[in-house]
Design a protein around this ligand. Structure first.
Ligand code: GDP
Length: 444
């Protein structure tokens, strides 16, 4: 899901790596690439236009020009805007204050409604609810049976018309199901309705009839994400014909582009509430705009890290250090001051854990000894100003003195000095545009 978009955007950000400042031309080129990325992902044109305009405006503003690292700042802006078009806050299910909560599903045939009804029922069960499924799709042969099979899979009872008794009137089945739910003390009722292969006036009228009969707390429009922009046309037709409170995207697993997911909120004004991404009953989850955006940008939780860094770091100070780094005259004093700033962010374990790609070295992270930083600090503090400014002069006798002064061994001092030179070399390479080795999606 979103693979194309993800690749494109990551490539775009790569081009910004190592830039100290963004020129007007850089911003234009970036905006153009983002536009192409979105169009390729099959995002609706009006949504693309609005998105790109917002990015451009923010990138030109203070936000980026004063930033420590413009590339990261652009990533942050794109992330913010992605979250916004995906709906902003996570929209949670609203439950009825009294009596059973009624959730009605609407959508075309094949959208995945019947499958979704059972997935939703399972999810509700896991939330401690006692749901009941209602089969109101009396059009499609086997639809009732399919719901019964799925209901059995997830251990949720299905209310269906008795064969030969009132079959053909979904509105009265729906009505009766609510009474049944009250009698049997089900706190959520999920009503599956009939779809057609295309938008159809009769289908809309029937869905509207069921809606009026059961007065749902939530009407959810279920749509197959794989149909791309057609999803938007259907979404509009259902909005006019039945109306709904939220959207459920299905078959996200089969949709590498993700255009429907990115456009539907903006086009319909209704939030995506759930996403379905496979045929298994557990391939289903609440749709979180922020996490989805992070996934699109392949970013781990770097955004939290950037935000926290913005709060903790003195920008002037950091800028000076960055300049020194590129020039190669980064000293142990600078190292010390960076370390002190870093400490304000929290534990190293927490900081490193927010970087993408860090999942692979989780074990090492867990064993990280936080006191190591204090030890390093003690060693540096035992050096003279001249030694800190020019670590090359730290010879054998100086090392012995520093070790004694800091209560560490000579080998500890050796290790620190060696590491410092290594780190300086690596950081100089990174500053020259290489980015962090082995960290996907991390503009350096
Ligand atoms: P309905 O006509 O709207 O009730 O649609 P169904 O629930 O019968 O689903 C139509 C087809 O899509 C079935 O073969 C499902 O197994 C399949 N399907 C439903 N949801 C998903 C999904 O999230 N991913 C994939 N790959 N297939 C799905």
């Amino acid at each position: 899901m979103f693979a194309t978009l993800s690749d494109r955007l990551t490539a775009t950000f790569k081009n910004l790596r190592g830039k100290g400042r963004l020129s007007e031309a850089d911003i234009d080129a970036t905006a153009r690439e983002i536009r192409i990325a979105l169009l390729e992902a099959d995002v609706a044109l009006p949504v693309v236009k609005e998105f790109v305009a917002a990015i451009k405006e923010r990138a030109r503003g203070e936000e980026v020009s004063g930033a420590l690292n413009p590339a990261q700042q652009v990533v942050k802006i794109v992330n913010d805007e992605l979250v916004a078009i995906l709906g902003g806050e996570t929209r949670r299910l609203r439950y009825a204050k009294s009596g059973p909560t009624v959730i009605m599903l609407a959508g075309l045939q094949g959208a995945g409604k019947t499958t979704l009804a059972a997935k939703l029922a399972l999810w509700l069960k896991e939330q401690g609810k006692t749901p009941m499924l209602v089969a109101c799709d009396l059009q499609r042969p086997n639809a009732v049976q399919q719901l019964q099979v799925n209901g059995e899979k997830v251990g949720v009872p299905v209310y269906a018309p008795e064969p030969g008794n009132g079959v053909g009137d979904p509105v009265s089945v729906a009505k009766a199901s609510i009474e049944e739910a009250k009698r049997k003390l089900h706190d959520v009722v999920i009503v599956d309705t009939a779809g057609r292969l295309g938008v159809d006036a009769e289908m809309m009228a029937q869905a509207a009839g069921i809606r009026d009969a059961v007065q749902p707390d939530e009407v959810l429009f279920v749509v197959d994400a794989m149909i791309g922009q057609d999803a938007l046309v259907t979404a509009q037709a259902f909005l006019d014909g039945v109306g709904y409170d939220g959207v459920v995207l299905t078959k996200l697993d089969g949709d590498a582009r993700g255009g429907a997911a990115l456009s539907i909120r903006q086009v319909t004004g209704r939030p995506v509430m759930f996403a379905s991404s496979g045929e298994k009953m557990t391939d289903f989850d609440v749709f979180h705009p922020d996490r989805m955006a992070s996934r699109i940008l392949d970013m781990g939780d770097v955004l939290t890290l950037i935000e926290q860094a913005e709060k903790a770091f003195d920008q002037e100070e950091a800028l000076k250090a960055a300049e020194k780094l590129t020039g190669g005259d980064f000293t142990l004093d600078d190292f010390l001051s960076q370390m002190q700033q870093l400490k304000k962010l929290g534990s190293m374990q927490k900081i490193l854990g927010m970087l993408p790609g860090m999942g692979q070295i989780r074990e090492q992270l867990e064993n990280f000894d936080e006191r190591e930083i204090d030890r390093v600090e003690a060693v540096i503090r035992s050096m003279t100003p001249a030694e800190r400014a020019n670590p090359k002069i730290i010879d054998g006798s100086r090392r012995a003195r520093i070790a004694k002064g800091s209560g560490r061994t000579v080998s500890d001092v050796n290790q620190l000095v060696d590491r410092f030179f290594e780190a300086r070399k690596m950081m100089m390479q990174m500053a020259k545009g290489g980015g962090m080795p082995g960290m996907p999606g991390m503009p350096g």
